[in-house]
Design a binder for this molecule. Structure first.
Ligand SMILES: NC(=O)c1ccc[n+]([C@@H]2O[C@H](COP(=O)([O-])OP(=O)(O)OC[C@H]3O[C@@H](n4cnc5c(N)ncnc54)[C@H](O)[C@@H]3O)[C@@H](O)[C@H]2O)c1
Length: 327
């Protein structure tokens, strides 16, 4: 069992991962500036250091004080639209501050990191399902920051011997029971559809129904947040054995926007009011992962591959937290 620093551990995927790390017997400390995270998403007994990943001295001090052996790095800005409006903030937070985090790790003698990358590194895919050897060509600043940081990790490995695993997630969905999705603003389809049925939004907009897909709407790959979190714990084991690498994490199956709406209606028994809108720039028709490398090399096995299961978990969490987290 290791001692782990989780950056962004008060956020959506971070909070579920902290819960599962503690469950697996790891000792955990969280570094989060609470720009998007929630105190109420902190797992009991886990220390929270409120601060910046870009604060090298704070990082080194936290790692040393808590005898940390490995870092799981979730903290980032992750709104695609916003990244095009404020590119400087995204390169600063996701790349420059990330480099400071690595410097803090180096100063404290910590040489293992799991990094939250994204399917956004691929841009418009040259072929589907997407494997790790597909061309990377981000179509927005957010995806570019993730790709650049993957490259930073590779250079840092040459320079210092850092061991690093980048996990390229497709779309995280669902909840753990205790911890769920409360992004403000929310940009993800499933919570938005659930907010519509819960009466918190009047309707959702389907961005384009003239794509070359069976029902004309975009197809995406959803992965249960519990399965996603488990992959991080497996990645820690792989790092300990000296492995570095890049892995896709998805279901290998795609669901269209209309499939997701159908599933939300099936699970909740309510109608999702929707309207058809124009395509959004830079939205590929189909993004589906091949995760065979993670399955083969990390021993990862998704336990919740059904979309209805993910939506059921997200709905249960939303019913228990009607206004999201309260602090
Ligand atoms: N949610 C998804 O579907 C998805 C898909 C692909 C990749 N990712 C990546 O996974 C990671 C986690 O995503 P999430 O949905 O849990 O996001 P989130 O916004 O819920 O969590 C991110 C956390 O990082 C913190 N943070 C941000 N900048 C910080 C900084 N400079 N210093 C300290 N803390 C900081 C925020 O307060 C927040 O708690 C992100 O890196 C994101 O880009 C998410």
């Amino acid at each position: 069992m290791s001692s782990v620093l989780v950056t962004g551990g008060a956020g959506y995927i971070g909070s579920v991962t902290v819960e599962r790390l503690v469950g697996a017997g790891h000792s955990v400390v969280v570094l989060d500036n609470l720009s998007k995270g929630h105190r109420a998403a902190m797992h009991e007994g886990v220390p929270l250091v409120v601060g910046e990943i870009g604060d090298r001295e704070l990082v080194a001090k936290t790692l040393t004080e808590h005898k940390v052996e490995a870092v799981i790095h979730f903290a980032a800005m992750s709104l695609v639209g916003e990244s095009m409006e404020k590119p400087g903030d995204y390169y600063q937070n996701n790349v420059v501050s990330g480099i400071r985090l690595l410097e803090g790790m180096h100063a404290a003698g910590v040489d293992r990191i799991v990094f939250s990358s994204s399917a956004g590194v691929y841009g418009e895919p040259e072929s589907v399902p997407i494997s790790e050897t597909n061309r990377t060509a981000p179509v927005n600043v957010y995806g570019d920051t993730k790709l650049i940081f993957e490259r930073v990790l590779a250079w840092e490995a040459e320079r210092t011997g850092l061991k690093h695993i980048s996990l390229r997630y497709f779309n995280a969905a669902g909840a753990s029971g205790r911890y769920g999705e409360d992004h403000r603003p929310e940009s993800h389809l499933i919570p938005i559809a659930l907010q519509v049925v819960a009466g918190r939004r009047p309707e959702l907009t389907v961005f384009g129904d003239d794509y070359e897909t069976p029902d004309g709407t975009c197809i995406r790959d959803y992965i249960d947040v519990r399965d996603l979190s488990d992959a991080h714990i497996l990645a820690l084991d792989a790092l300990e054995k000296g492995r570095s690498g890049i892995y896709n994490l998805g279901n290998g199956e795609g669901w269209s926007v209309l499939n997701v709406i159908d599933s939300v209606e099936r699970v909740t028994g309510r109608v999702v009011e929707r309207k058809m809108g124009a395509r959004r720039a830079g939205d590929p028709a189909r993004l589906v992962a091949s995760s065979s490398l993670a399955i083969r090399e990390l021993g990862w096995k998704p336990e919740h591959p059904e979309l209805d299961d993910m939506i059921e978990a997200a709905w249960a969490w939303m019913m228990e937290h009607p206004g999201g987290y309260t602090e």
